[in-house]
Ligand binder design. Structure first.
Ligand SMILES: [Cu+2]
Length: 151
């Protein structure tokens, strides 16, 4: 049974990754949080898997969704959740899966250019040191729930 599941899993991954070159970065599950009312900023989350034998680095992000996009991390400092810009980007080691998710790494969008409709899919462009530029779909998900991203 487990063997069967493993096979299914591989087929599924292949289908998901089929659009990319064998050596590209794999980027999955991109989404952007619907901005809170009156807040001119939001965050993009996604997962990156590096299938190469060398490390790669997410250097920058660009999108027409916002005038400013920055790579950020959130961390606890003296029991207070803070966030800071990662000027040197995010290193992804060989075969490492890096998840950008609420409460951790994220792509911050400031000065938004458009209204975000839940369920719609937009594009961000990730620029990697080795893999180069990749256009990635991000689907808008409703704000709310347990995650509070303060600015
Ligand atoms: Cu942030």
């Amino acid at each position: 049974m487990y063997r069967y599941l493993a096979v299914l899993c591989c087929v599924w991954s292949f289908a998901v990754f089929a659009g990319h070159h064998e050596n590209d970065m794999h980027v999955m599950n991109g989404w952007v949080k619907e901005p809170l009312p009156g807040v001119d900023a939001t965050a993009v989350y996604l997962s990156m898997h590096n299938p190469r034998h060398e490390a790669d680095r997410l250097v920058s992000v660009s999108t027409d969704l916002a005038k400013v996009s920055e790579i950020h991390e959130m961390l606890m400092v003296d029991n207070v959740m803070k966030m800071r810009r990662l000027d040197s980007g995010i290193v992804i080691a060989p075969d490492q899966l890096v998840r950008l998710e609420p409460g951790g790494l994220h792509i911050m969008l400031f000065d938004l250019n458009k209204s975000f409709k839940v369920g719609e899919t937009y594009t961000v462009v990730l620029d990697f040191e080795r893999a180069g530029k990749m256009r990635v779909p991000v689907t808008v998900k409703a704000a709310g729930g347990a995650d509070h991203h303060h600015h």
